[in-house]
Ligand binder design. Structure first.
Ligand code: SF4
Length: 426
């Protein structure tokens, strides 16, 4: 496949952005089901896809032997692709069977895939029809996890966007409420809840909620903090319901987490002294934990290949708190508005790239020879074979990395591959 690169114009004092369109090496949006199904405990994800989709889910999630699974693939067979069977009837039959056997399911997501998009199977229509049929017991929603022109964290964005219209309306005369948007591990969610409580900020809700019945209200008095930088569509959907986004760094590291909490504290009029008192112990713990890894990471050069859309905030964290030097920071999509604060803290020498043409990008990595390259699984082994240290981008999505208590672990995730290489060299 041939690719193209374009150097885009950026506002003054911001690094230029290299825009590339070509072959990409990323997982698809179905991957998000792995962490979303753990979070939403009465939801079920039914992928309408191929055997490839089923294999991806099984290998990414591991095989569950004892638990009742909460995701599955309705496989589109060859005869369906040839248009010989009515897929909508077949889908109705599968959903009927599933919900009869599993009445505890409160939300059923019909998840589109490359094959369902290619044969133009209208899952929106299917969701509407089935939702009417199961009204009162199970909500049937749909979104796409297809890998056509998308990257894997967009699966979460699409899933949360589908949930926004389901959120009840909050009365306009009610007091302000805070919504934290983006799936977080339970342990991190609990830590943030405690901090908001101590600060006196509330009520605070999280999207996604653990159960459909707990889906928070939204309205003009809702302010929200993004916990993840890849939620562009969800942000738009919440803003259309009247909610306002609080601009902040993403909660990675001591400084990112402080800035994120401060945005909420300012929106709720919390006294600055009180804020400092509450935040100081966690911030200091985070700083100490980060300092432990600074010696190993300081001055090391790092390249991010476009993958999870976490690249910008992580590069900012590694630069400002650990002294690493970003060489190239690639991201599948560059949302300047959501990342404005992050961009401002990257050194001017950083080469920013958006999209991917994998061969051109690997050529740049070989020329740059960074100390560490963060990339997808498929690219890590070939780069290691060429003597370059790598870190799997997907590990950063599956690990608890947000907040003060995880800041040291986050730094360690980058230090570990360098330490491994040092040990191998001895
Ligand atoms: S949705 Fe597309 S990219 Fe993802 S597993 Fe299925 S066929 Fe592959």
């Amino acid at each position: 496949m041939s690719g193209e690169s374009v150097l885009g114009c950026a506002p003054a004092a911001q690094p230029q952005v290299l825009r590339e369109r070509g072959q990409r090496e990323v997982f698809c949006g179905l991957t998000g089901i792995i962490w979303m199904h753990r979070k939403m405990q009465d939801a079920f994800f039914l992928v309408v896809g191929s055997r490839t989709c089923a294999h991806l889910l099984q290998s990414a999630a591991g095989v569950m032997i004892f638990a009742e699974p909460r995701f599955a693939t309705a496989i589109i067979e060859e005869r369906d692709l040839a248009g010989m069977a009515d897929c909508q009837d077949e889908l109705d039959r599968i959903v009927d069977k599933l919900l009869t056997r599993r009445p505890e399911i409160r939300t059923l997501f019909l998840v589109g895939s490359c094959p369902s998009e290619v044969i133009k199977l209208d899952l929106g229509k299917a969701a509407q029809r089935l939702d009417a049929k199961f009204a009162g017991s199970t909500r049937i929603l749909n979104y796409s996890g297809s890998g056509i022109e998308t990257t894997f964290t967009e699966g979460e964005d699409a899933c949360l966007t589908a949930l926004v219209p389901e959120m009840p309306s909050a009365d306009a005369d009610k007091a302000a409420n805070l919504l934290v948007v983006g799936a977080l591990p339970d342990i991190v969610e609990d830590q943030f809840k405690r901090l908001f409580d101590e600060l006196g900020i509330g009520p605070v809700h999280f999207l996604p909620a653990k159960r459909m019945a707990e889906l928070p209200k939204v309205g003009p008095n809702t302010v929200f903090l993004l916990a993840q930088p890849f939620l562009t569509e969800t942000t738009g959907a919440l803003q259309r319901r009247g909610a306002k986004r609080l601009d902040a760094l993403f909660p990675f590291g001591a400084e990112g987490t402080t800035d994120w909490l401060r945005a909420a504290a300012e929106a709720f009029g919390i006294d600055r002294m009180h804020f400092n008192r509450v935040v100081a112990p966690g911030r200091e713990r985070a700083k100490r934990a980060i300092a432990h890894w600074r010696e190993r990471l300081e001055g090391k050069r790092i390249t991010f290949l476009p993958d999870s859309q976490l690249e910008l905030p992580l590069a900012r964290f590694l630069h400002t708190e650990l002294g690493m030097m970003p060489v190239e920071v690639g991201t599948p999509y560059l949302n300047r508005e959501l990342n404005a604060r992050e961009l401002a803290l990257l050194p001017a020498s950083t080469r920013l790239s958006e999209g991917q043409d994998v061969d051109l990008q690997l050529d740049r990595v070989r020329l740059d020879r960074p100390d560490l390259t963060v990339c997808g699984l498929g690219l890590a082994n070939p780069l290691e074979a060429e003597g370059l240290s790598t870190k799997w981008a997907i590990e950063l999505v599956f690990s608890p990395i947000h907040g003060f208590e995880q800041a040291g672990d986050l730094a360690e995730l980058f230090a570990r591959p360098l330490r491994r290489r040092d040990i191998l060299r001895v």
